[in-house]
Design a protein. Structure first.
Lengths: 409, 334
């Protein structure tokens, strides 16, 4: 923050006539923009790579070597692990033995293998390997007289057999189906392979594209909008620069008058008035930052006097609504107004008429609006108070020094 | 030197990051937990039931065409095996298969349970036959997972009978047991009482618990007719009904009742008086008796398969026999 302020202030001190890019613009365009640009290019390149040569493959094939068993059972959900449709291939060690693959419900498969050891296919250990484990089915073997051949059971949704090897296509949409492989002989060895074609692969490219797009936008902004000085950015929104300049000049002039009045008279009223003005100026302080840049250094009292320079006529000329706080009505100010203080209007009118403006003081237009709000919300009319102080100081100077006690204050 | 090391480290880090950003297949998927309703899926899909039934009926119809009971034990079991074997024997003798043996290939409804264990039962209700015989209730059983479904019993539904409603086969029904509570009577009690009613007719103490039905009427009429004939010759006749309670098939209906199919064997002993011979009472009995030598006493064994609907206890309704089948399976002269 402090760095940015420094840059702004430095820019501000540069002569307005200078036409070359500011240091701020150089930093933004020479450093920040290329950084964003590089990141954007990197993101887009990575995105393209992820969409092409690094794109996740749609064909997934996982294998497992199984040995020393007759039955192989897939866990529920394994058939549909990658996609609903799977091609299950079993290649037995002995080509002379018929290998069968049946698909059925888990409870039917459990019933068939009851009392027999089997190998579970529990899932995928990685994208190319099936994980397996050995298990023993509960219960007693229900094999007996009158049993049907594995392939002839009514329980299977589908069954397929082959000599030594078999491959079946299975659709398992709700994890309700499991596959049971009968290798045809006890303690047989086989290679089980499951092949899925992924319908949807994870899209790793889009996040890169998105990040790259953001970096492109940031790079463009850094080279254009962010490279501009804040004053220029805001000045584009200002409509009447000349009027604002006159207003700002009047502010500083009246502020000086107020300071002089306070110092010269040194009355209680002056001190109180300065304090009140300082309080009144404290609220819109944040938005007055650029006014200081344009009008030079000003004390809080001077700032308060700035707002005091605005006459009701000027305020009437603005389009901003007046905010009047009836609860903060100050009878002293009212009295002062009734007593007549034409001097308050004079400086503003004079300076305005002289046309003394500060070119490039862009926030002046907005300041006038601020001042309207400031003046209308202050306890007493600032111009009236300043005029009162000036007149009071003048009268005090002419009078005898007998009122020294008050002057000391 | 330090700068060079820093550069190398930076380059290595960049390469590592680039590798990490690329060539990624995504996270290895974990098997999705099976849906909670997997365990209560029907034992068969309708397609499986159709395949199973067609296979059985193909073999059944082939046996009718061939008038051969060879290999029937692989598709028929229980009372149906006895009944059909008897019919084939009769058909060989008479030259024509009993029209009652016809089983339509189309079904009106199937009732498939969701039970996990064995034995399992499936009910299928056929359409009427081409000659407008009443619908058949087919009862298939699977005794073990290593065996296939077999046709255990066929019941001809009584005309005008209204079957209880069952859950659709894609959801599945539930099998009951012979000891189901909450009914007018447990299935076993109902079968035993019905056997008593068949034997004693209106004199049975349970007669009031059962609605009148065609089987009871037929047996009452038959018994009276035979009794009258035997009495004219000073003979006697007695028929005893014995339920086979360990093979009762029970399926719970959606209204809380049970549809029970049970085998009730009956032994009919007819003793002729006045030195006369007791002869077979029907063509079927004659065919089964064949060339046997008649004596004064004839013992005929019948297999009856009955279907009873047992309503819930709080329904206040009677037990209804919805269908039956009856076939003599052996005739012998004592």
């Amino acid at each position: 923050m402090s760095g940015a302020m420094t840059v702004e202030e430095l820019e501000h001190e540069e002569p307005q006539a200078q036409t070359g890019p500011t240091r701020h613009a150089k930093i933004m365009r020479g450093v920040v923009t290329p950084v964003f640009g590089l990141i954007a290019v990197a993101c887009i390149v990575l995105g393209v790579l992820n969409a092409t040569i690094w794109r996740p493959s749609t064909d997934i094939t996982a294998n497992a070597e199984v040995s020393g068993t007759r039955y192989i059972v897939t866990d529920p959900g394994v058939l549909g692990l990658v996609d609903d449709r799977v091609s299950l291939s079993v290649d037995g060690a002995d080509d002379a033995v018929s290998v069968c693959v049946a698909v059925g419900s888990a409870k039917d498969v459990t019933g068939w293998v009851s009392g027999n050891p089997y190998v579970r296919v529990t899932g995928m250990s990685d994208w190319t390997a099936l994980s397996t484990s050995r298990a023993a089915a509960q219960g007693e073997s229900l094999a007996g007289e009158g049993d049907v051949a594995f392939a002839d059971s009514d329980m299977w949704t589908s069954v397929q057999c082959g000599d030594g090897a078999v491959s079946v296509d299975v659709t398992d949409e709700d994890s309700s189906q499991v596959a049971l492989v009968d290798l045809g002989a006890d303690d047989a060895d086989a290679d089980v392979s499951m092949h899925w074609i992924r319908q949807s692969v994870p899209d790793f490219a889009m996040p890169f594209y998105f990040a790259g797009g953001i970096c492109v936008v940031l790079a463009v902004l850094s080279a254009t909008v962010f490279a501009m000085s804040p004053q220029r950015r805001r000045k584009r929104a200002a409509v009447a620069g000349a009027a604002g300049g006159a207003d700002g000049t009047a502010e500083s002039a009246v502020a000086e008058a107020a300071v002089e009045g306070a110092e010269g008279a040194g009355t209680v009223g002056a001190a109180a008035g300065a304090g009140t003005a300082a309080v009144a100026a404290a609220r819109p302080r944040r938005r007055r930052r650029h006014a200081r840049h344009g009008g030079g250094q000003a004390t809080p009292a001077a700032e308060s006097a700035e707002s005091a320079s605005e006459t009701p006529d000027e305020r009437a000329g603005t389009s901003s609504p007046l905010i009047i706080d009836p609860a903060a009505r100050n009878l002293v100010a009212d009295q002062a107004a009734r007593s007549g203080a034409p001097a308050a209007d004079e400086p503003a009118d004079i300076f305005a008429a002289a046309g003394v403006t500060t070119p490039g003081d862009s926030p002046a237009g907005t300041d006038s609006a601020d001042d309207v709000a400031e003046a209308s919300t202050s306890v007493i009319s600032q111009d009236e108070l300043a005029a009162y102080f000036a007149r009071f100081a003048q009268e005090s100077a002419e009078s005898a020094a007998g009122d020294g006690t008050k002057e000391e204050e | 030197m330090r700068t060079r090391a820093t550069r190398i480290a930076a380059a290595a880090l960049a390469v590592a990051l680039a590798c990490g950003l690329g060539a990624c297949e995504g996270q290895v998927p974990e098997p999705q937990a099976a849906a909670s309703n997997v365990d209560v899926l029907p034992d068969l899909t309708e397609d499986q039931e159709q395949r199973m039934r067609s296979a059985i009926l193909d073999a059944y119809n082939q046996s009718i065409a061939d008038l051969s009971a060879d290999g029937l034990s692989s598709v028929l079991t229980g009372p149906m095996l006895d009944v059909h074997t008897s019919r084939i024997t009769v058909a060989r003798s008479t030259g024509a298969m009993d029209p009652l043996a016809t089983i339509p290939g189309e079904i009106e409804q199937t009732v498939i349970p969701t039970d996990s264990g064995w034995p399992r039962v499936v009910y299928s209700i056929t359409t009427t036959t081409e000659d407008q015989q009443s619908m058949r209730l087919l009862v298939f059983t699977q005794d073990s997972p290593r065996q296939n479904y077999k046709l255990w019993g066929v019941v001809r539904l009584f005309p005008g009978t209204e079957l209880p409603s069952f859950t659709i086969p894609s959801i599945g029904s539930s099998m009951g047991t012979a000891g189901d509570e909450g009914l007018v009577a447990t299935p076993q009690e109902a079968v035993e009482r019905y056997a008593d009613v068949l034997q004693n007719g209106a004199n049975s103490e349970y007669a009031g618990q059962f609605a009148d039905d065609s089987l009871r009427q037929y047996l009452t009429t038959l018994s009276q007719t035979v009794q009258e004939g035997m009495e004219r010759n000073n003979g006697t006749q007695q028929q005893t009904f014995t339920p086979v309670t360990d093979t009762i098939k029970v399926m719970r209906s959606s209204d809380g009742g049970d549809l029970v199919v049970a085998q009730i064997n009956s032994d009919w002993t007819r003793a002729a008086g006045d030195g006369r011979q007791s002869l077979p009472a029907s063509d079927a009995e004659q065919a089964l008796f064949g060339d046997g030598t008649a004596t004064s006493t004839m013992h005929v064994t019948y297999v009856n398969v009955v279907a009873l609907y047992i309503p819930p206890a709080d329904s206040g309704e009677q037990i209804v026999a919805v269908g039956a089948e009856r076939q003599p399976i052996s005739v012998e002269a004592l």
